[in-house]
Design a binder for this molecule. Structure first.
Ligand SMILES: [Zn+2]
Length: 195
């Protein structure tokens, strides 16, 4: 009896280690993806006041962190409005903050963006010669992760980008068909997807 209890305890423990190791490996894959896409080193991890995970190139400002929370709050509200209920908690999200590859758009407006390989956008109006500028980009679904550029002003834009990238993740887990229809903006369509 005692042995059986001990064995089931050991089994549970091993399962726990396996799960932890698994999610650790997945987080590391996502980190590697963030590095590959941005060319940046992510050395700082932080948490927003509401518990979302942040991995950044340097210590994010308090304003950045609350702007991320605001974006997620907006995302969860509009998701619920659309009848989606899965994956709507702050700790399930990881936001990577990368160095901005530009801080102004072609019109001269403050717009910190990251340059990413053109891939499916090659030859479209977005293509700047092998790469495109993006406000944000989904880099993993487990854990749910996306990358945005560091902002020092216009923090409302951070909230918007968080909400917009989050739309892809919410759709992935709540409405796979709608996710597939809206994931690739090279064929048209943008944000917001959810209204
Ligand atoms: Zn998008």
């Amino acid at each position: 009896m005692r042995t059986r209890i001990l064995l089931s305890f050991v089994a549970a423990f091993v399962a726990m280690i396996a799960t932890t190791g698994d999610s650790l490996a997945q987080s590391q894959r996502t980190l590697a993806e963030a590095r590959r896409i941005t060319g940046d080193n992510f050395t700082v991890s932080a948490r927003t006041p509401k518990g979302a995970n942040v991995i950044a190139v340097r210590q994010p400002s308090a304003a950045m962190l609350t702007a991320i929370d605001r974006g997620l709050t907006d995302l969860f509200a509009v998701a619920r409005k659309n009848g989606y209920t899965r994956r709507l908690t702050y700790p399930e999200y990881t936001v990577y903050i990368a160095n901005a590859d530009r801080t102004k758009d072609s019109a001269g407006t403050y717009s910190p963006d990251i340059a990413v390989g053109a891939a499916q956008y090659a030859g479209t109006e977005y293509d700047k010669g092998g790469y495109i500028y993006a406000a944000g980009m989904v880099i993993g679904f487990n854990p749910m992760s996306f990358v945005i550029a560091e902002h020092t002003q216009n923090l409302n834009r951070v909230s918007d980008v968080v909400r917009y990238e989050g739309e892809h993740l919410v759709l992935y887990y709540n409405d796979r068909r709608r996710y597939a229809e809206t994931a690739d903006h090279s064929r048209g369509g943008g944000h917001p997807i959810l209204n």
